[in-house]
Design a protein around this ligand. Sequence first.
Ligand code: DC
Length: 215
Amino acid sequence: MSMIVAIDGPAASGKSSVASKLSGKLSCVCVNSGALYRALTWHILQSGIDPANPAAIESAMNGLQADLAVGPKGQPALRIDNQLPDFVSHESEVNAAVSKVATVPAVRSLITSLLRGFASERDVVMEGRDIGTAVFPDTPHKFYLDASPEIRRQRRAAQGLEDSIENRDHLDSTRAIAPLSIASDARVIDTSALTLDGVVDEILRLLTTSSADRK
Ligand code: DC
């Protein structure tokens, strides 16, 4: 069985940088599940569908041809109708719509099943909002990263991005299906006062301790 390290947390809590560095240390693939939601959101926007209209999104999902392309470092990217939606060039529009699109049941079930299929064949560090609670509730390796709202705002501003993180966090943690929440068996790490290496080292330490505990 493959090893799954689940890292969840709100926007700008440091998940992506931590997951990327940690996956290098563990020699496994880093999966940024938010990138799949972002790619699908850009496809919806480009199709002229209102992201606040769940019924229209649900019907667009019927018969959608979606799969995963695997990039040079093994990381998955969502492919729709054989194309990779270029969501990275449209960050502000995607930031404003992604949390609404991510509430739609057909969107969540498609992405959840692609993530599960991908991780069934390889070891992964997977980051997102519902990895430890809904996608892989049985993995023993669950981490929840958090940071103060002020620090998170500063981090996002330093990236020069337009992103209402409070609004996204509210939508992500109050949606009906798989909301952002702390799994009861997750280790919570407050990254506010830690460096990237500090967080990665702490996770590596906890992974070693918990596997020693199980022996
Ligand atoms: O990690 P990110 O900020 O790129 O994620 C973008 C959005 O995608 C996030 O605000 C909500 C959605 N998302 C989700 O619903 N579930 C996940 N596992 C990952 C992301």
